[in-house]
Design a protein around this ligand. Structure first.
Ligand code: G3H
Ligand code: ZN
Length: 283
């Protein structure tokens, strides 16, 4: 089916009081698994490629973007293409030409004023090219091997008043917030600050995005959506499923050499994980 946009999926989810899950794509098998899981669950989904994944592909966006776009077009599920955690302006500028309807520009490592200034510039660029722009305020943390921030670390959680001003001044379409989740968790033990989610929801006029959802238990994800989170980003859970299946196959078949033999269970495991997360969404 034709590729849909994140703007459309998020808008429909907001109107229906539900969420949209967005899954990180690293390899072709990830994209195929997201499409398969979305078809099985009868749900739309966002396929997102991070700047780190682009770096893994030798810094070349076009091949993995084209493959992911082709998977989305061949699927019977409504799928959108999103460029995630972009820190390099030139990569954001390449997004519209490679079929991305949305981008997350991540200046969250910068001091507030610098984050605001560069995000406003990148948002204006995105909007001139019809791209929906997400940005982050606060620090979800845990990316690139960085240790997860402590629950009481100052400046980590997103401040509602600062968030309202940031959204007004940057013109972004969605805000990624730090409310207790952390990237790259392999155990689902994160506890979210639901009071803060409610305060952010009341203060911020654009949809809120939960990053690091792999580490968030089912009931916390459901509660976060009920409190106003809309886009639910999942990455590591797919890799845990992929690598676990490969490890199991190779342990049982130590002489195997054909990658298709272990990639089939790996892709199947990821599709099951995708369908599981999609099954958490209300509506
Ligand atoms: O932007 C991507 C997500 O925040 C993925 O985080 O790998 O911890 O699920 P995760
Ligand atoms: Zn993230």
């Amino acid at each position: 089916m034709p590729v849909v946009s994140t703007r459309e999926l998020v808008g429909t989810a907001v109107a229906a009081g539900t969420g949209v899950a967005a899954f990180n794509v690293i390899t072709l098998e990830h994209a195929e698994a997201v499409a398969e899981g979305a078809e099985r669950a009868g749900r739309p989904a966002v396929l997102q490629i991070s700047e780190n994944a682009v770096r893994f592909h030798g810094g070349r966006l076009a091949p993995i973007a084209a493959a992911t776009l082709a998977v989305a077009r061949a699927s019977t599920a409504p799928l959108a293409l999103h460029l995630d955690h972009v820190v390099t302006p030139e990569l954001l500028e390449a997004a519209p030409g490679e079929g991305f309807g949305s981008v997350m520009f991540d200046a969250s490592a910068l001091p507030y004023e610098e984050n605001l200034a560069v995000t406003a510039r990148m948002t204006a660029y995105g909007h001139r090219h019809g791209v929906w722009v997400e940005a982050e305020l606060g620090r979800v943390g845990g990316k690139d091997g960085e240790p997860p921030p402590g629950a009481h670390t100052p400046g980590v959680r997103t401040d509602p008043d600062e968030a309202a001003a940031y959204v007004a001044k940057t013109g972004i379409d969605a805000l990624a917030v730090a409310v207790g989740s952390s990237h790259a968790m392999t155990e689902r033990t994160a506890a979210l600050d639901h009071g803060l989610i409610a305060r952010l929801r009341a203060a911020v006029p654009v949809p809120l995005v939960l990053h690091g959802s792999s580490g968030v238990p089912d009931h916390e994800i459901r509660a976060a959506i009920a409190a106003g989170m809309v886009k639910i980003n999942v990455g590591t859970a797919l890799n845990t499923a992929f690598t676990g299946a490969v490890r199991e196959y190779l342990a049982a078949h130590p002489r195997a050499v054909d990658p298709r033999k272990h990639l089939v269970p790996a892709r199947e495991a990821m599709a099951g994980t995708v369908a599981g997360f999609l099954g958490l969404l209300p509506g």
